[in-house]
Ligand binder design. Structure first.
Ligand SMILES: O=C(O)CCC(=O)C(=O)O
Ligand SMILES: [Fe+2]
Length: 278
């Protein structure tokens, strides 16, 4: 299992600035040793623009409380998915990974393309949905949305979405949204999450089950470690990356499994907020 400490690379737009702006975004700084701090300009975070959005409904299913993992059915409408694919098409560029200061293309770790999408009304409504889902927490900032396209062989090795690099801010939560899933393979694997009880309910629609016929008695509860979400267009996995004390949850280790045929497009929605507390 690979854990090279990579996180999805940050775009160039983030700034190193001093105390006053940090206070504006994250409240009063605690110690002078926390400086300088990393915070973000508007090319990195999505400022709330108060667009008016059409009504949208989705279904939610809690998979785990600790860490909090929630499966969301119909997070995107078919029209929103199509729109995201259309506006990404001419923006896709090879994905990179970051290790602290170093950002590089590492196809053995991550083989895909990403597109930073423009913040049109549809995109802003998706941002608003992500904010509302998290209770409009005033201490969270949504990172600019990016789609990620995988062709055959495309994958993303085991990693965390949090970096742990800063005491001031980190990716506190992730929405991993399936925008297009015309593929075989390409599931999202969490090797450290436990399989929920699958003898009742709909989990085997969303997760790979040992025997993918949920009606048979034989399935029962699968208590083994490791789950794989099937890529299903429009649906999303939401999870919290950080514990209440700001440390990362090791259970959120995850991978995008290789796409065996066809194309998969994901959408990353990351929320930044206060990280390790002291
Ligand atoms: O594509 C996937 O299933 C996972 C993607 C992911 O983990 C990421 O982009 O950080
Ligand atoms: Fe990830």
């Amino acid at each position: 299992m690979i854990n090279l400490g990579y996180i999805a690379a940050l775009p160039l737009g983030y700034l190193f600035v001093w105390l006053p702006v940090q206070e504006m975004l994250f409240g009063p700084a605690q110690k002078s040793s926390d400086l300088p701090v990393t915070i973000f300009n508007s090319s990195f975070i999505a400022l709330d623009e108060h667009v008016s959005c059409p009504p949208h409904t989705y279904n939610t299913f809690i998979l785990s409380h600790e860490p909090l993992v929630i499966y969301i059915e119909n997070f995107l409408s078919p029209q929103e998915s199509k729109h995201l694919i259309d506006i990404s098409e001419d923006k896709f560029a090879p994905s990179t990974v970051s290790t602290g200061s170093d950002t590089s293309i590492r196809k053995d770790v991550r083989l895909s393309e990403v597109a930073l999408v423009d913040r049109d009304d549809t995109v802003q409504c998706i941002e608003q949905r992500a904010r509302a889902f998290q209770g409009w927490r005033p201490d969270l900032q949504i990172e600019r949305l990016r789609t990620q396209r995988y062709g055959v062989g495309g994958h993303y090795s085991n990693h965390y979405d949090w970096s742990g690099a800063s005491r001031n801010a980190d990716r506190v939560s992730t929405f991993m949204v399936y925008v297009d899933a015309e593929c075989e393979g390409g599931g999202t694997k969490f090797p450290r999450l436990r399989m929920p009880s699958v003898s009742k309910g709909r989990w085997c629609e969303f997760l790979e089950c040992k025997d993918d016929d949920a009606s048979t008695e034989r399935i029962g509860d699968q208590d083994d470690l490791g789950i794989v979400f099937k890529p299903i267009k429009g649906n999303a996995i939401f999870w919290e990356n950080l514990r209440p004390d700001g440390r990362g949850y090791e259970e959120t280790f995850h991978a995008g499994l290789p796409v065996l045929s066809g194309t998969k497009v994901g959408l990353n929605i990351w929320s930044w907020g206060p990280a390790r507390r002291r």
